[in-house]
Design a protein around this ligand. Structure first.
Ligand SMILES: C[S@@+](CC[C@H](N)C(=O)[O-])C[C@H]1O[C@@H](n2cnc3c(N)ncnc32)[C@H](O)[C@@H]1O
Length: 197
């Protein structure tokens, strides 16, 4: 069941697909290459992915974090990816076949409906790569409200972002979050962590 390390051609193909998605929609994708291994590890550790039964990933892209989370998750983990880019949706569906994963086609704001579709009302962890700085402000605020509503008490919201706009938007919703930086990634990303009180 766990996903193995991809062969170089498969990895290059996914990087090209990612780049093609960026060139078509740069504001929505927000990054030219998928997240680095270092960034993925830090996101998972900060969010306690290994100790989470229900995980939502907003903007899985070509699945670099998705695969790693599945590799480290327990057999009863449910992982829900929410993605809007049709090119990435095709790649995810072709490359990752794992009964623990469900992909919802649509915007992150639909997190509540997407959780209901897998028989869950809440998540332990929400990981997000969607560029909050380029979302329309009202949609960004509403998405964050819905993320908070979807978390269990003590649940974590982990957002890796190039810009700091997310902090201005999310601190009023969750209370002050933590910020982590200083690890290898192109572009340089910060990881923000909020906990639902
Ligand atoms: C920075 S990329 C991260 C991709 C991947 N998770 C990674 O780490 O390489 C942002 C992703 O968010 C997706 N996205 C952007 N806005 C979205 C939205 N409102 N709802 C769902 N996905 C969105 C993009 O299509 C893209 O896949």
């Amino acid at each position: 069941m766990p996903t193995s390390t991809p062969s170089p051609p498969a990895k290059s193909r996914r990087s090209l697909t990612f780049l093609a998605g960026f060139l078509k929609n740069p504001r929505e994708v927000g990054s030219v290459v998928p997240s680095s291994r270092t960034l993925v590890r830090r996101i998972m550790r900060l969010g306690d992915a290994a100790g989470s039964r229900v995980i939502v990933e907003l903007g899985p892209g070509t699945g670099v974090i998705t695969k790693q989370m599945l590799a480290e998750a327990t057999p009863d983990t449910k992982l829900l990816g929410i993605e809007i880019n049709p090119l990435y949706l095709r790649t995810l569906q072709r490359d990752i076949r794992d009964p623990r994963l469900t992909i919802h086609r649509g915007p992150a704001i639909e997190i509540g409906e997407a959780l209901a579709s897998i028989g869950e009302s809440s998540a332990d962890l929400v990981v997000s790569g969607i560029p909050f700085s380029t979302l329309p402000k009202q949609e960004a605020r509403e998405t964050l409200e819905r993320v908070r509503a979807a978390l269990v008490p003590g649940g974590r919201f982990v957002a890796y972002q190039f810009r700091s706009e997310v902090r201005r938007l999310a601190d009023p919703v969750f209370g002050r979050g933590e910020m982590h930086q200083g690890f290898w990634n192109i572009p340089p990303m910060r990881i923000y962590v909020w906990r639902k009180r």
